[in-house]
Write a protein that binds this ligand. Structure first.
Ligand code: C5P
Length: 292
């Protein structure tokens, strides 16, 4: 069994639009304990080289576009390995939610196949391959936290001095990442990430809360009004800070401790306007990578 953690962005600035259509980013990503579970087994005899995926989730069917199957094909093409695999995914991370649920599954698949098929590839090599599948997959080779630049695929590991308690709210409607990026206004003077990196290194939750920043929020709010509504409700409960993660639609409250997170969760759960929003408590991952 392999655990695949979700991530949140504590800071995301858009520095410019690139000729390849992507946006140049500077973002601070942190893995959280909310996770998918994957199980990998060698292929059945008589079916060499095939990959079979079953998913335990009502709304997700394993088509060829699934990032897990793309990751299998990527490893096969990079190594020439013709072995197969049977994969079972227990999907718990909300989708189209800005939590990189598909990306973490892809990263977990690359790492699991490296072990299952005895390929002996380094973490760095797998991370480099993974950027061909998606901009935020390499981050998952640098847990628990990373400062990510380029289109998000250039990752510098960041130390997490302590865990942080969070309340996550995933609205019933997700955000399309390309649509959110299309609506973003590139700032003339980008916000600098040095101050929030320092606050994180100091483990200072108050400063961290004040410095949370996501340039994609305004664009996502236009596409998904639930983002603004949920952020507003969180703000009134006065956590250290609140922010949308990635391209949305999940928003999170950064809490001073577990008791505050529980208080905020309880209040949000009583709000009829959030009846269809997935609300849950989680924590940032600790230094040790959660994948066994
Ligand atoms: O790389 P990934 O497949 O995750 O990106 C999905 C979409 O998000 C891209 O096709 C692009 O529209 C947008 N994107 C972007 N700039 C980035 C990352 C993603 O414009 N740095």
């Amino acid at each position: 069994m392999v655990r695949a953690p979700a991530k949140i962005n504590l800071f995301l600035e858009v520095l410019g639009k690139r000729p390849d259509g992507y946006h140049e980013l500077a973002t601070l990503m942190v893995a959280i304990r909310h996770q998918d579970m994957l199980c990998f087994k060698e292929d059945a005899p008589g079916q060499p080289g095939t990959a079979q995926l079953s998913i335990h989730h009502a709304d997700l069917s394993p088509g060829p576009d699934n990032l897990i199957l793309k990751a299998v094909r990527l490893v096969q093409s990079k190594t020439g390995c013709d072995r197969g695999v049977t994969i079972r995914l227990n999907k718990r991370i909300p989708m189209a939610a800005g939590l990189a649920g598909g990306s973490t599954d892809a990263a977990a698949t690359l790492q699991a196949l490296n072990r299952l098929w005895n390929l002996g590839r380094s973490n760095d090599e797998l991370a480099q391959w993974s950027s061909e599948l998606g901009s935020d997959i390499p981050f998952f080779f640098h847990l628990p936290a990373g400062w990510c630049t380029g289109r998000g695929e250039i990752v510098e590991s960041v130390r997490l001095p302590r865990p942080f308690d969070l309340v996550l709210a995933a609205p019933p409607v997700g955000c399309s990442t390309p649509a959110v990026y299309k609506g973003v206004v590139v700032p003339e003077k980008p916000t600098d990430g040095d101050a929030i990196r320092k606050a994180l290194a100091d483990g200072d939750v108050e400063r961290l809360g004040r410095l949370l920043h996501n340039r994609l929020e305004a664009s996502a709010m236009k596409l998904c009004p639930a983002v603004a509504m949920t952020l507003d409700k969180m703000r009134r409960l006065k956590p250290a800070g609140q922010l949308m993660s990635g391209s949305g639609s999940t928003v999170f409250a950064l809490c001073r401790d577990r008791a505050e997170a529980e208080r905020i969760l309880t209040t949000l759960r009583q709000d009829p306007e959030l009846a269809t929003t997935k609300l849950f408590l989680t924590r940032t991952c600790s230094e040790q990578a959660p994948t066994p």
